[in-house]
Design a binder for this molecule. Structure first.
Ligand code: NAD
Ligand code: DAU
Length: 352
């Protein structure tokens, strides 16, 4: 039985990847290593937690001794590394967490893999999950390809860029078999409501202001989270060692247009008079260093591995809204306690 270590599996994307692998590969044993920060939630995995091929391990990738011990106790065949601090706004208010987890944590995993895999590297794979934000910001035209030079602007994207460079350095210097993918904005069930879509769904439902940064003119390329998980499955099994693959939805939306569409969908789903939710839109101070536009060219992944997104955006958005509306208890539990303090610090002083 192959042993696969998935880090960050209790988070948003990680939980979809863990579920996919546990259900699709009964001959793999999936170890989900997660620190359970504010963003990690084992409720995301209730449906698979008792499966015989699944084990949860609570731990911190920054803890070098713990990581070395874990790798010496289990002979992992592969690592899919998703654990990270992932929210740009938090990286602006507290960069150090991002440096520790995203950079030091990644190097701890690379060191453990390098040391424990030295005798049979050719049968192993270290798969690092990254973001399109490492490429910086686009103007009105063009796309990020795998050749686009790195130009990160936030502490989050700079920490992810740094981890990408280190992963490549371990391949080039030590021969560690690695693969990297850089994906655009994900949406779907189980995303922590600090990110645009779940936050705005939650606020519309509770008649709270919708804080649009700047003029709402920034553009993001949205991909349904299960399509990202399917791409990760494909790249893990068929990707070429040493290569990078871009993953994107070919689905660009200006923030304000997306928010208008969401308001329309929410009015309908909540049985409100058309035009009710958009009255909640409140323009607030822009995010510092706010990247204008992200857009991914995923033609390499489509051409070489035959991947394509499965869902039309309006269908995916409808599924997502339905999920949050029918999981009020999930939202209530993740938005109690510390969330309130975060929300106040992030938004109350931001109104202009
Ligand atoms: P998330 O914040 O929802 O989840 C991160 C998970 O990592 C949480 O379960 C958290 O508990 C865990 N974690 C954090 N620090 C840890 C540590 N020190 N040790 C162990 N576990 C720790 O993030 P997400 O949105 O699911 O993103 C997952 C990965 O995908 C990240 O690497 C992110 O950079 C990348 N990514 C995200 C998106 C997106 O749109 N969300 C797009 C492209 C790439
Ligand atoms: O592109 C991939 C990245 O997408 C991932 O690497 C990150 O982990 C993920 O968080 C996401 O980053 P963004 O900064 O694009 O996502 P966020 O949901 O925070 O914001 C989306 C856009 O909406 C962005 O232009 C900022 C804007 N925004 C966001 C929030 C939270 C607002 O206008 N108001 C808000 O309250």
């Amino acid at each position: 039985m192959k042993k696969i270590l998935i880090t960050g599996g209790a988070g948003f994307i990680g939980s979809h990847v863990v579920r996919l692998f546990v259900n699709k590969y009964p001959d793999y044993h999936i170890y989900n290593l997660d620190k359970l920060t504010y963003a990690g939630n084992l409720e995301n995995l209730l449906d698979i937690e008792n499966k015989p091929n699944y084990t949860f391990v609570k731990g911190d990738i920054v803890d070098d001794e713990f990581i070395q011990k874990l790798f010496s106790e289990h002979i992992f065949d592969g690592v899919i590394h998703l654990a990270a601090e992932s929210h740009v706004d938090r990286s602006i208010s507290n960069p150090m967490e991002f440096i520790f987890t995203n950079i030091v944590g990644t190097v701890n995993l690379l060191n453990a893999a390098k040391f424990n895999w030295k005798d049979n590297m050719d049968k192993k794979l270290f798969y690092h999950i990254s973001t399109d934000e490492v490429y910086g910001s686009l103007g009105d035209t063009g796309y990020f390809t795998e050749e686009t030079p790195y130009d990160p602007h936030s502490p989050y994207s700079a920490s992810k860029a740094s981890s990408d460079h280190l992963v490549r350095a371990y391949h080039d210097t030590f021969g560690l078999p690695v693969v990297i993918s850089n994906c655009s904005n994900n949406y779907g069930p189980n995303q922590f409501p600090e990110k645009l879509l779940p936050l705005f769904i939650h606020n519309i439902r509770n008649n709270k202001p919708l804080p649009v940064y700047g003029k709402g003119e920034n553009v993001r390329d949205w991909l349904f989270v299960e399509d990202h998980a399917n791409a990760i499955d494909l790249i893990f099994h068929q990707g070429k060692v040493g290569e990078t693959y871009n993953i994107g939805g070919n689905n660009e939306w200006k923030n304000i247009d997306l928010i208008m569409l969401l308001c329309k969908i929410m009015d309908k789903k909540l049985g409100r008079e058309p035009g009710t939710s958009k009255k909640l839109i409140t323009y607030v101070k822009d995010r510092a260093g706010h990247d204008l536009r992200y857009a991914i060219d995923s033609s390499k992944l489509q051409r070489e591995l035959g991947w394509s997104p499965s869902l039309q955006f309006e269908e995916g958005l409808g599924i997502t809204v339905d999920w949050y509306l029918s999981h009020q208890q999930w939202l209530d539990s993740v938005t109690s306690g510390d969330y309130q303090k975060y929300y106040e610090a992030q938004y109350v002083k931001r109104e202009r």
